[in-house]
Design a protein around this ligand. Structure first.
Ligand code: NAD
Length: 275
């Protein structure tokens, strides 16, 4: 199964489908990520705050997969904003991952109250120049945060990783991303199981029509919208199922019907409220 790649604005490419490890227990991470790599995933999304970078690193080392076939993302956490602290945080993440570089380093949340995200962003530019990360981007950035770092730096973020699922479709940021050449990554693509996404008629009917699961339909909706997506599961069966989304295609009508589920419903925190 070949996962499509998406071109980023810095000349690199990213596998459109990956595996996310938020809330994957640190002790179970090596096994679960090993499962994902065996299934065929080559893109892993972790973060310093998930506490499981070391497990991701062990799975990578044990896999024997050449480094240049893997795409690894990690993130700078809220208490590490600033210049020297961001440099130190990146070094610590690389040490835990046991890697020389990551493919993508993100500012996890803007923490606008600290007023340090611009310093962090300028530091990420330097970390990229130093070869510690191939690409740099942000997460949970609103338009105003993006405008500020774009105006004050030489780099448009390669991605903004934001909460995005059918009931919270983020049309404005997707449109803005398309205008400036910034890709959108979805977190919580299955709504984190916090509302009955799978019971929505638009999802259930498409699943029945294609003989696939509602989760596969939801992931496919992201893929056909050009969004980068990395659903999480602890179960090997679901990890495999979520990867098996390239054998069917949602029709224009099915896509439109799922688009109709957008009702501005967040399941996670508003970035303005994250201290
Ligand atoms: P998700 O929407 O991927 O939902 C995960 C939950 O969906 C699982 O716990 C499981 O219960 C269920 N699930 C998964 N596959 C299923 C299947 N096939 N059938 C039925 N149920 C299934 O939520 P997420 O893990 O929060 O988001 C994905 C990834 O996004 C994370 O692992 C992480 O890498 C990233 N993330 C980033 C941020 C951020 O602030 N940048 C925040 C949250 C998550």
């Amino acid at each position: 199964m070949t996962v499509p790649t998406i071109s980023l604005n810095d000349g690199t490419t990213i596998p459109q489908l990956g595996f996310g490890v938020f809330k994957v227990d640190p002790d179970a991470t090596e096994r679960i990520v090993s499962d994902a790599l065996e299934v065929g995933y080559r893109h892993i999304d972790t973060a310093a705050i998930y506490g499981n970078e070391a497990g991701v690193g062990k799975a990578i080392a044990a896999s024997g997969i050449p480094r240049d076939e893997l795409y690894i993302t990690t993130k700078l956490y809220n208490n590490d904003h600033g210049t020297q602290s961001a440099i130190d945080a990146m070094d610590l993440s690389l040490e835990k991952l046991d890697l020389d570089y990551v493919n993508l380093y993100l500012i996890h949340w803007p923490r606008a109250d600290l007023d340090l995200y611009l310093d962090s962003w300028l530091t990420l530019e330097q970390l990229k120049a130093d070869g510690k990360t191939r690409s740099i981007g942000v997460s949970n950035f609103h338009r105003a945060h993006l405008d500020r770092i774009i105006a004050a730096s030489d780099t448009i973020p390669a991605v903004d990783q934001i909460e995005l699922h059918p009931a919270f479709a983020q049309r404005e940021l997707r449109q803005f991303g398309a205008e400036i050449g910034m890709q959108i990554e979805a977190w919580g693509p299955l709504g984190q199981g916090k509302y009955d996404l799978f019971g929505e008629t638009a999802i259930a009917a498409a699943a029945a029509a294609h003989g696939v699961s509602p989760a596969q339909v939801a992931i496919r909706w992201h893929i056909q919208n050009g969004i980068i997506v990395f659903p999480k599961s602890n179960s090997r069966e679901r990890v495999a199922q979520n990867f098996d989304v390239f054998g069917f295609e949602l029709t224009t009508e099915q896509m439109a019907s799922i688009d109709g589920l957008d009702r501005g419903q967040r399941v996670g925190a508003n970035p303005d409220d994250v201290p």
